[in-house]
Write a protein that binds this ligand. Structure first.
Ligand SMILES: Nc1ncnc2c1ncn2[C@@H]1O[C@H](COP(=O)(O)OP(=O)(O)OP(=O)(O)O)[C@@H](O)[C@H]1O
Length: 713
C-alpha cells in the first residue's frame, strides 16, 4: 500500500506487465551473438525484427505506465488541493476527471489542475528556500514516480537546480516519515557542492559523508540507520558517498535495504557494462533517481543503458545494439540524413519508451532569465617551433629532428604543483607587473624531451597546445623548466591567452580556464606565475578539503583572478558564478564535457553576461576534435535537445526538415581566425566586447572586421 496516496500501485504494475507479454529473452539473446556488420542480409533482417518486436512490446508497457503516472499525479494534486482547503474559493477548476474512468488511450487534460497545484503548492517544511515553478513541477514528478515504485531520470539542463529538486524531495521523504537509509552517490568533485547545498537548503537534515580511510568508513557505517527528531518529525540520516567508494565497498553497501538512492551525474552510468552499473544493479533499493544534465553524450548505446537502469528486467543487455547507430552517421553531409531517417523507427520507439521516466527542461523553457552567453571560437596561429615539431611528427622524423639534442636531453619532470602565487604589483594596459624580480633570462642549453611515439595523435595534440609539452627548455643543471618570454612566444594559443588575460584582468573579469590535460595545466600554471596572476587550481588529484579551499578562495577573494580546472575532473556540479568568462584551452572529444564546463558559471546566481572562448590551433588535430565534438552535439540535439523529454512536448522525430536544420546549425555565435600577429588593443577590445549582450540576447554569427581577424561563416 502506498504510504502517501493510499493507492496500491504494485499490483497494477504487475497486471500491466502481464498484459504485455514480452519475448524479451529471445530478442536480446539473439541480438547479442555477433557483430551486425559481419552478418548477411537475412540475419540482419531477422535481428532487426527481433529488436523492433522487443521495443514495440516495451512501448505498450511504457504507455500504460504513462497513463498510470498521469492518473497518480492527478490524485496527488487533488489530495494536496483538498488539504489546502482553498479549492472552492480561489481556484477555478473546470475539468472534473475521475482517474478510474480514464481509459488507457484517453489523454488527460490536467493542465488546470497543475496550475492550481503550483499556486497552492506548499514546499516541504524542511526545505529552506523557494522552489521555482519548474522545480515544483519536478518535485511533483519525482514524487509521482516514487509513489509508483518507479525509477526516473531528472535530466534538466545543467544549472537548473537538479540538486535542489533532489534535496527538496529528500526533505519530503523525511516529512513523510519514510525510514531510511537514504543514499546519494555523486562524483568526488560534486561532493563539496552537495554538502553545501544541503546545509543551505535543508539545514535541519543530517548528512553523513561516507568517505575516508577503511577504518573511518567502518565507523561511519554504524551510523547509517541513525534516526533523529526535528520537531515532531522522525528523520533519517542522508548518506553521501562517491562512485569510487560505491565500487570498493559494494560488499558492505549492498547489505542495507536502501529506501531511496539518488545518483548524481548519472551519465557516468552510460555504459551498462561498467562496474558501477553492476554495483547498482546489485543494490537492494526501493527506488532510484538519476540526475544528469546530459543523458546522451555519445551514442545510442547510452539510450539503451538508460533503459537498462530504468527497467533492468526488460533491457538487460546492450551488446550490438549500438551498431545500429554509429556516430559516423551524424558527420556532416546531408545524404547521411537518409540513414538517420531509416533508423527513426527504432529511435522513435526508444524515445517513446523513455518518455514517462525522463523529465528534461531546458534553460530557454524556464523563467530563469539568465544573462546571455556567447561562445566564440578563436583560431590561434601556429608558431614556427610548433610547425616544425608538428611536421616532424607527421612525417615520423621527430627522432632525427631532435637527435642533436639527445646528448643534453633530460627526462621530463612533472612540474611541481603550486597552490598560490605572489600578488601582482600593478597592471599596465597589456601586462601584469610582478612584485618579485623577473627570472633572469638564461640561454636554454638543456632540453627535456617527451616523445611518446606510441600515440602520435596525443603528440600532435600536445604540440598544438604548447610545444614545451614535448620539447621543454630547462634551467641548466636543474631539471626545472626554464620560464621566460618564450613560454608565451612558443605557442600560438599562449600568445592569444596572454593578450586576452591581461585585458580581462584589467576589465575586472574573473576567468575559469579549462584544459583536458593536467600536464598542460602545469604549464599554464608556470605561465600564470611568470605573469603574477593570482589563481587557484582544481584537478582530479585533489581531495575534498583542497577542492573546497580552491572553490571558496576563487569565489570570495576578489584578487583571485583565475581558476585552472581539468575538464573531466572539475566540469561537474560546481557552482562558480563568481566567474563570467570561460576559456576552453583545448576542447574535449566529448562536447558535453565542455558544455558542463561552461555551465559552471552560466547558471542560477550569475548576474553578468558570460563569454566563452574556445581556443583552437588552426590546421591541426584541434580542428578535428572540434568537428568530432560538433557531430556528437548533433546526435544529442536530434534525440533530446528538442524538448522531446519535456512531457508537455509532442514527439516529432520524423520531420526531415527539422533534422536538417539541426544538423546544419552551429554551436558557436562567432568564429574568429587569427592571422598570427600579436593582437593590438583595438582588436582585443573587439574580441572581448560584451556590449552586444548587455541589453539583448547574443547575436548569432555576428560579423567582425578587426584587421587581424576574420569571421568564418
Ligand atoms: N530555487 C532556488 N533558489 C535558490 N538558488 C537555487 C534554486 N535552484 C537552484 N539554485 C542555485 O542554482 C545553482 C545551480 O543549481 P544546481 O547545482 O542544483 O544545478 P544542477 O542542475 O544540479 O547543475 P549541474 O547539472 O551543473 O550539476 C546552485 O547555485 C543552486 O544553489
Amino acid at each position: 500500500m502506498n504510504e502517501t496516496t493510499g493507492m496500491d500501485s504494485s499490483d497494477e504494475i504487475d497486471i500491466l506487465m502481464e498484459e504485455s507479454p514480452l519475448d524479451v529473452g529471445d530478442a536480446i539473446q539473439e541480438d547479442n551473438n555477433s557483430s551486425l556488420h559481419s552478418m548477411d542480409n537475412e540475419e540482419r533482417e531477422k535481428r532487426y525484427k527481433n529488436l523492433l518486436k522487443l521495443l514495440q512490446n516495451s512501448n505498450k508497457l511504457s504507455n500504460a505506465f504513462d497513463t498510470k503516472l498521469k492518473n497518480c499525479k492527478l490524485q496527488i494534486i487533488k489530495k494536496e488541493l483538498e488539504k489546502s482547503n482553498k479549492v472552492d474559493e480561489n481556484v477555478p477548476i473546470k475539468v472534473e476527471v475521475d482517474p478510474n474512468t480514464v481509459s488507457n488511450n484517453q489523454p488527460i487534460e490536467n493542465e488546470e489542475y497543475e496550475e492550481c497545484y503550483l499556486k497552492l503548492f506548499k514546499q516541504p517544511i524542511l526545505f529552506n528556500g523557494t522552489l521555482k515553478n519548474y522545480q515544483k513541477e519536478g518535485l511533483l514528478w519525482i514524487r509521482t514516480l516514487f509513489e509508483n515504485g518507479l525509477n526516473g531520470i531528472l535530466a534538466d539542463d545543467m544549472g537548473l537546480g537538479k540538486t535542489i529538486q533532489a534535496i527538496a524531495f529528500l526533505c519530503f521523504l523525511s516529512e513523510m516519515g519514510i525510514s531510511g537509509p537514504l543514499l546519494v552517490i555523486a562524483p568526488l568533485s560534486t561532493i563539496p557542492n552537495w554538502l553545501s547545498e544541503f546545509s543551505k537548503f535543508a539545514p535541519q537534515l543530517k548528512t553523513l559523508l561516507y568517505h575516508g580511510k577503511d577504518t573511518q568508513r567502518s565507523d561511519i557505517r554504524s551510523q547509517f540507520n541513525t534516526n533523529y527528531k526535528v520537531g515532531n518529525l522522525n528523520c533519517t540520516c542522508i548518506v553521501i558517498t562517491t562512485y569510487e567508494i560505491l565500487r570498493s565497498d559494494i560488499q558492505f553497501l549492498k547489505k542495507y535495504h536502501w529506501k531511496y538512492i539518488t545518483i548524481d551525474e548519472g551519465h557516468k552510468l552510460k555504459n551498462s557494462l561498467t562496474l558501477t552499473n553492476k554495483c547498482l544493479r546489485e543494490f537492494d533499493c526501493a527506488n532510484k533517481l538519476i540526475l544528469t544534465g546530459t543523458p546522451i553524450q555519445n551514442n545510442m548505446n547510452e539510450l539503451w543503458t538508460l533503459l537498462n537502469v530504468l527497467m533492468p528486467q526488460l533491457f538487460n543487455d546492450v551488446k550490438d545494439f549500438s551498431s545500429w547507430f554509429v556516430i559516423d552517421d551524424f558527420y556532416g553531409t546531408n545524404d547521411r540524413i537518409i540513414n538517420i531517417a531509416t533508423k527513426d523507427e527504432i529511435l522513435d520507439i526508444i524515445v517513446k519508451i523513455l518518455k514517462p521516466f525522463i523529465l528534461r527542461r531546458q534553460k530557454t523553457e524556464t523563467d530563469l532569465n539568465l544573462p546571455p552567453k556567447k561562445e566564440i571560437v578563436i583560431y590561434a596561429p601556429i608558431t614556427e617551433l610548433q610547425h616544425k615539431l608538428y611536421k616532424a611528427t607527421l612525417s615520423k622524423e621527430m627522432n632525427t629532428l631532435l637527435n642533436k639534442e639527445l646528448e643534453t636531453q633530460s627526462e621530463l619532470e612533472v612540474l611541481p604543483k603550486r597552490k598560490c602565487v605572489q600578488s601582482i604589483e600593478r597592471y599596465t594596459e597589456t601586462r601584469a607587473i610582478r612584485k618579485t624580480e623577473p627570472i633572469q633570462k638564461v640561454e636554454p642549453k638543456d632540453m627535456a624531451v617527451s616523445l611518446v611515439f606510441l600515440n602520435p595523435f596525443i603528440q600532435l595534440k600536445k604540440i598544438s597546445n604548447h610545444p614545451y609539452l614535448v620539447h621543454m627548455p630547462l634551467i641548466p643543471g636543474e631539471k626545472k623548466i626554464l620560464v621566460d618570454e618564450n613560454i608565451v612566444n612558443a605557442s600560438g594559443k599562449f600568445l592569444i591567452l596572454d593578450a586576452m588575460l591581461s585585458k580581462l584582468k584589467l576589465l575586472g573579469h574573473k576567468v575559469l580556464l579549462f584544459s583536458t590535460m593536467t600536464q598542460l595545466l602545469d604549464l599554464i600554471e608556470e605561465f600564470l606565475i611568470f605573469r603574477s596572476y593570482q589563481y587557484t587550481r582544481l584537478d582530479g588529484t585533489m581531495d575534498i578539503a583542497d577542492r573546497v579551499v580552491a572553490i571558496t578562495t576563487f569565489t570570495n577573494d576578489p584578487d583571485c583572478f583565475l581558476m585552472l580546472i581539468s575538464t573531466r575532473a572539475g566540469g561537474l556540479g560546481l557552482n562558480l558564478t563568481a566567474a563570467d568568462t570561460v576559456i576552453i584551452f583545448d576542447s574535449d572529444w566529448n562536447p558535453q564535457c565542455d558544455l558542463q564546463a561552461q555551465d559552471r558559471c552560466h547558471r542560477i546566481g550569475q548576474v553578468k553576461p558570460v563569454a566563452v572562448y574556445r581556443l583552437c590551433t588552426k590546421s591541426t588535430v584541434d580542428e578535428k576534435i572540434l568537428a568530432h565534438a560538433a557531430a556528437k552535439r548533433k546526435l544529442e540535439k536530434i534525440v533530446i535537445g528538442n524538448g522531446t523529454f519535456n512531457r508537455s512536448t509532442k514527439i516529432n522525430l520524423s520531420n526531415i526538415k527539422e533534422l536538417m536544420s539541426l544538423l546544419e546549425s552551429s554551436d558557436y555565435d562567432q568564429q574568429i581566425q587569427s592571422n598570427g600577429f600579436i593582437l593590438s588593443d583595438e582588436e582585443l577590445d573587439s574580441l572581448l566586447d560584451r556590449s552586444d549582450m548587455v541589453n539583448s540576447k547574443p547575436k548569432a554569427n555576428r560579423t567582425q572586421s578587426a584587421k587581424h581577424f576574420e569571421v568564418l561563416t
